[in-house]
Design a protein around this ligand. Structure first.
Ligand SMILES: [Zn+2]
Length: 393
């Protein structure tokens, strides 16, 4: 069974398949050095749903004006329309494609999400389970025999590509998130409001990927992402050029919005800036080591290559160095490595004392604090940054 079974099993409508493959690659781009669990990487279905939302929302808005769509898109645009109807009375107008930037900010800053937004994500999630992943499930349960590749034991985890793992919940139950939560490891019997990391932590269904496949995909993740987007654009042009040029415009606009990240404007970045201002004192530029008054928060691995706002990649710079560095990749020679280590130690000490803060900022690095010393954690982070850097050079 492979990615092909998703891409070719159902030929009628393909846009959602591109969205799915893009979402999987997005996960790998965000977590290129993730540690496997029992040899596998578990990509949460709710994560895919979130990415789908980002890809689809602008397209769905155009649908209001009559862009031709397949069944999946019609179902999704209904969800978006319902969300709009409930939310448009509020401060922000949600009936514009650009509204996805506000929605993204809310989700990514990881504050408590409105009930409507949670419901939108959960409905998206159900669609992901129902539509493309249904075929993976069929493939893994019933068609394994014919999918066997000669000479390769498909049960060997290193060769397993994808499989939906979730046996405890039937398909009908996938829109009832309370039921899903109750079956999740993190269920503590409470019914507190959701933030994004709560939703992710309560997920019980994943796309499972063998470590070998994952690391191979991680090596060429940017290339694969570009290739998928290119093919998506080609597909849209081939399918719609004669009948509906608006669909092409909608796709371009959607993809443009998807990559347009309000880098310094997000609530999360604002919070990270506040923390930086309070913990690096006196504040010195990570590159020239001069003392700075008005600082920039630099993505050490450039945002264009590693589009994540996590503390391990964020350091204060003076304006001049930030401008000079731009989106260059900085080589980790000894001196630079030492400097990074010093800054990372300050970050880690802060989060050790304020663990809830780390959680509210996404909390992906919680495992670092299970180590017995800060130095070990720093070393691990440096290795991670080195690994990502080497992939890019
Ligand atoms: Zn400087």
């Amino acid at each position: 069974m492979s990615l092909e079974s998703v891409l070719f099993d159902e030929k009628k409508s393909s846009t959602y398949k591109f969205a799915l493959v893009s979402a999987i690659i997005d996960y790998i781009i965000e977590n290129p050095n993730e540690y496997p669990k029992n040899g596998f990487h578990n990509i949460p279905i709710i994560y895919l749903a979130k990415r789908w939302l980002y890809y689809y929302y602008p397209l769905m808005i155009y649908e209001e004006d009559g862009v031709r769509q397949g069944n999946t898109q019609i179902a999704l645009s209904k969800i978006v329309r319902e969300f709009n109807e409930k939310e448009t009375n509020k401060q922000l107008v949600y009936s514009e494609p650009e509204a996805i930037l506000n929605i993204k900010d809310k989700i990514e800053s990881n504050y408590i999400l409105s009930e409507q937004l949670v419901s939108l994500l959960i409905k998206m999630r159900r669609k992901v389970v129902e539509q493309p992943l249904k075929y993976i499930q069929i493939a893994s349960n019933e068609r394994r025999e014919e999918e066997l590749v000669e000479g390769i034991n498909i049960k060997d985890p290193s060769f397993t590509l994808f499989g939906l793992i979730n046996t405890s919940i039937s398909l009908e139950e996938h829109d009832d998130y309370q039921k899903i939560r109750q079956k999740s490891e993190s269920w503590g019997g409470t019914k507190k409001p959701y933030s994004w990391s709560d939703l992710e932590a309560d997920e019980t269904a994943y796309i499972q990927m063998g470590h070998y496949t994952y690391t191979e995909l991680a090596k060429s993740r940017f290339f694969i992402k570009d290739a998928v987007i290119k093919r998506w654009i080609e597909f849209t042009i081939e399918s719609y050029l004669k009948s509906d040029a608006k669909a092409i415009y909608a796709l371009f606009h959607g993809l443009y919005l998807h990559t347009r990240v309000p880098e310094r404007g997000t609530t999360q970045m604002r919070r990270l800036r506040e923390i930086v201002a309070s913990i690096f004192e006196p504040m010195r530029c990570i590159y020239c080591e001069e003392e700075i008054k008005s600082f920039d928060l630099d993505h050490f691995i450039p945002w264009s290559k590693y589009p994540i706002d996590r503390f391990l990649n964020l350091f204060p710079t003076c304006k001049t160095c930030n401008r000079k560095k731009s989106d260059k990749i900085i080589e980790l020679e000894k001196r630079m490595q030492k400097r990074l280590a010093n800054y990372l130690r300050v970050w880690l000490n802060y989060f050790r004392e304020n663990p809830e803060e780390l959680l509210s900022l996404g909390g992906k690095e919680a495992a670092l604090f299970e180590m017995d010393s800060i130095d070990k954690s720093v070393k691990l982070l440096i290795e991670q940054i080195k690994g990502i850097n080497n992939d890019l050079i």
